[in-house]
Design a protein around this ligand. Structure first.
Ligand code: ATP
Ligand code: MG
Length: 455
């Protein structure tokens, strides 16, 4: 039987953003506050339209999750998600021309407005079912059991992500203590931390993402549970883990995030090569400490570029993680002077990464080439090398981005970077015939070189 809907009687005349509602604290139900200022910050008319149509047709519907959190801390939400009591089929029927149902593990409806805007509309879920064949194993495999608004709030990951906003009545409904934690800048799981982390260890990475992005403190019991369950990350779906690693790298707070990853033991199960390369945080040997410092400087350079609007691609992110490892291995095996050996070695490392993360072939090929091309930037002018054609090769822009980050991190090689950036601009301005002529010259040289010598 559905639980009663939260009390949404008309608001009295409170106008402060977080003014307490008269019902607040009077019973064990949700905390409901009038938040007209927050509701006015909602900038997405389409999300409001979806909510209004659902409400007019007798369903409960709210903005939920990241957008409510971001509005409350004064950040601009990336997107607006809706949660509703309507089932996916009911939502589909209300938006017959512009919606479709997606997902299997988590079924929801995408309501489309034009090409740009998609409002993700999910039916309230109750506690997810754990795997049936093993009661001890809490890993969630399916999450399609519908429930009430309160249940939906409680199955979410962190209290600050469990808030509901009704833009029509301009109220925030808090079933999980998220408002208080937002006020104290505290990241805390909803419910028992150990259980919530065991259910889905990817929440460890999410906790680190939110804490560093929002500059929130991770509550002690949540942190302890993260440390205890970090090894379980090895069992999480590799594409989800990879997605979160990429988000951390693109967050503008990658340095802090990777320090936290190492501190709670989460780097080892997800990127064991990198973890071994950097060594333990507290008792690393000198070589490891030096490598860790180098890696930190690289992340620092990345963060500073991200703050100016740079968005690293997936291959650049991965090449950045693997660059130090490949270089070290090449030096140890004495392969750094042979392009072919270096390429082979890089391939071995990236193949291992692919196996671990199920990275697509397209991305792995680009990652490998970006790494191998780092040596080309330093190569002197050889007779056969055609720098302008190199500049026009497909992976050049990404390879140059990594080179720039390395130069910024190391505090040397910036002049070489600028030289290549200039050559790149020239190459882009080259007329098509000139490019073709240069390609022909390159091909002729190649043929001549291949011709067998007369004895
Ligand atoms: P972002 O700004 O990075 O998108 P977000 O909070 O919106 O942050 P999403 O991954 O978009 O994060 O998820 C939307 C909401 O879904 C979250 O706020 C949270 O309430 C819920 N959620 C997402 N992933 C999980 C998870 N693994 N376990 C429980 N709840 C989750
Ligand atoms: Mg989101």
């Amino acid at each position: 039987m559905p639980a009663p809907a939260p009390d949404l009687r008309p608001a009295p005349d409170h106008h402060s953003a977080l003014a307490p509602h008269p019902d607040d604290g009077a019973h064990d139900g949700p905390r409901i506050i009038d938040a007209p200022d927050i509701a006015r910050r909602v900038r997405d008319e389409n999300a409001q339209r979806v909510i209004s149509r659902l409400a007019r047709n007798g369903h409960e519907a709210y903005l939920v999750g990241g957008c409510v959190r971001d509005l409350l801390v004064g950040r601009r939400p990336k997107d607006y998600d809706v949660a509703t009591s309507a089932t996916p089929r009911q939502v589909r029927r209300l938006f017959p021309r512009n919606s479709h149902i997606i997902g299997r593990r988590f079924r929801l409806v995408h309501v489309h407005y034009g090409h740009e805007s998609i409002i993700e509309t999910a039916t309230f879920r109750s506690e997810p079912q754990a795997r049936e064949d093993n009661d001890e194993d809490l890993l969630i495999v399916e999450d399609n059991v519908f429930g009430t608004a309160a249940e939906d709030a409680r199955r979410r990951d962190f209290t600050v992500n469990g808030l509901f906003l009704d833009p029509n009545s301009e109220r925030i409904i808090d079933f999980v203590g998220g408002l208080e934690d937002l006020d104290s800048r505290l990241l805390r799981t909803i419910g028992a931390p150990l259980v919530r982390m065991q259910e889905d260890p990817v929440r460890i990475l999410r906790a680190i993402k939110f804490a560093t992005r929002l500059d929130f403190h991770i509550e002690d019991a949540t942190w302890d549970a993260m440390c205890a369950t970090a090894p379980d990350l090895a069992r999480s779906a590799p594409p989800r883990v990879l997605e979160e690693i990429l988000r951390l790298l693109r967050s503008g707070t990658a340095l802090g995030a990777f320090r936290k990853l190492r501190r709670c033991g989460a780097l080892q199960p997800i990127l064991p090569d990198l973890d071994a390369h950097l060594g333990p945080l507290d008792h690393a040997d000198d070589a490891q400490r030096e490598r860790a410092e180098e890696f930190d400087r690289l992340l620092e350079a990345l963060d500073s570029d991200v703050h100016t609007g740079y968005e690293p691609t997936t291959p650049v992110c991965l090449a950045l993680l693997y660059h130090g490892i490949v270089e070290r291995d090449a030096t140890e095996r004495g392969l750094e002077d042979s392009m072919a050996d270096y390429a082979q070695l890089t391939g071995e490392h990236i193949d291992a990464l692919c196996e671990q993360t199920r990275l697509s072939r397209r991305h792995s090929g680009r990652t490998r080439r970006i790494l191998v091309q780092q040596g080309t930037f330093l190569r002197g002018s050889s007779r056969h090398f055609r720098p302008r054609l190199f500049c026009l090769s497909e992976d050049f822009p990404e390879a140059l981005e990594l080179f720039r980050l390395r130069a910024a991190a190391q505090g040397r090689g910036w002049d070489i970077y600028e030289g290549w950036a200039e050559r790149y601009r020239e190459a882009l301005a080259m007329p098509a015939e000139e490019i073709e002529a240069e390609r022909r010259r390159g091909r002729r040289r190649g043929r001549r070189r291949r011709r067998p010598r007369k004895s």
